[in-house]
Design a binder for this molecule. Structure first.
Ligand code: GTQ
Ligand code: FE2
Length: 344
């Protein structure tokens, strides 16, 4: 049978196709690869030079109300048209101008916000407003009501990270608009952080959902923790000084589908080569430096965004002290027993 003409095989494939049958043997090694082989590509978005001017331009084209959310998708060049920055995650930059409202809704997709610029516009989650400042990390867990509003006199921009491709994979998307454009304020600002963010929990509290009861993680606290770590110990060779955001009630990630991290790279420090199966989106908070991903070098500065696809070996080098925020699907992979890393 080894010398069956290729044409005979093709004739067989053509004959079985109408019966919804196909040969595995033509595809096996593309399906079950020896190692991850992501179609996603490394990519870098220059915020001040490219993205910010285009975002501002979009502000003249459409209102937040009409757009529902005025977001420029960070489209991975290897995944065009798929609204994906990695195969499992969506990223976008959202802008809300003075006086605008992005109306209340909820959906099964989980979202994180990482604040890029502006001061004091709000995101409301389940009736609690969080006033946003650069570097703050905010979550809107699956099926929680959320709306955004800007009562300040400057534009507010943040990075959105959502699990849209994961929810699409499972065909599990539900969404609905709220009756009112903005949620009425049910609890004062800072309430969830006071109750759940002081290394204590309300005495009889039981979790209602798998996500963190803290909605807003202010930058000042996280930055202070990194500064103390850097004063008091040596950096990890692959990560510098790196913390992960947690659900304080469980120690798990803030939301089940997205992990988030903040790391300090001391000035002059270069990380050892590292790769992991979670493709990761990075946002530069402080400092300048470069990241080498395979053959590609990204030179970054504050407010830039870049993505390192799954299993791409990379190193970071900071010129002066630098702080990077990042997010990935790591908790999903860990829950499924799939996550792997390779240090060095
Ligand atoms: O702010 O609620 O980037 O629902 C995509 C979907 C943002 C949001 C996005 C959303 C939102
Ligand atoms: Fe939303």
């Amino acid at each position: 049978m080894n010398d069956t003409p290729a044409a005979d095989r093709q004739a067989f494939y053509d004959a079985i196709a109408p019966h919804n049958l196909a040969p595995l043997w033509e595809n096996l090694h593309h399906l079950v690869t020896r190692a991850p082989n992501s179609p996603a590509l490394p990519a870098h978005w220059d915020y001040d030079g490219v993205v910010r001017p285009r975002l501002m331009e979009s502000g003249g084209l459409i209102t937040a109300r009409e757009a529902e959310r005025r977001v420029l998708i960070l489209e991975n060049p290897g995944l065009r048209g798929q609204a994906a920055v990695t195969r499992s995650l969506f990223a976008g930059l959202q802008m809300i101008l003075p006086g605008e409202v992005a109306p209340a809704h909820r959906h099964t997709q989980s979202a994180l916000r990482f604040i890029i610029e502006g001061h004091g516009a709000y995101t409301a989650v389940e009736g609690e407003r969080a006033l946003m400042e650069p570097g703050d990390f905010i979550i809107t867990p699956s099926w929680t009501w959320h709306d955004h509003g800007n009562e300040t006199d400057t534009a507010m921009v943040w990075l959105d990270g959502l699990d849209i491709p994961i929810v699409r994979l499972f065909d599990a998307s539900f969404a609905e608009p709220a009756n009112a454009e903005s949620q009425s304020v049910a609890r004062p600002e800072g309430d969830s952080l006071a109750r759940f963010g002081a290394n204590m929990l309300p005495v009889d509290w039981r979790p209602e959902r798998p996500s963190s009861p803290v909605f807003a993680y202010p930058y000042g606290r996280s930055r202070e923790a990194l500064a103390a770590m850097a004063r008091n110990g040596a950096p990890d060779p692959c990560h510098g000084h790196k913390l992960r955001y947690v659900n304080p009630a469980t120690g798990a990630s803030p939301m089940p589908t997205i992990g988030a991290f903040l790391q300090l790279l001391p000035g002059g420090f270069a990380t050892a080569p590292y790769r992991a199966t979670d493709g990761t989106v990075f946002a530069v908070v402080e400092g300048t430096g470069e990241t080498i991903v395979g053959e590609t070098t990204f030179r970054w500065k504050p407010r830039d965004i870049f993505v390192v696809p799954a299993w791409h070996r990379h190193t970071h080098r900071a010129a002066g002290d630098a702080v990077l925020f990042s997010f990935s699907d790591r908790p999903v992979q860990q829950a499924l027993g799939l996550w792997r890393e390779d240090r060095g």
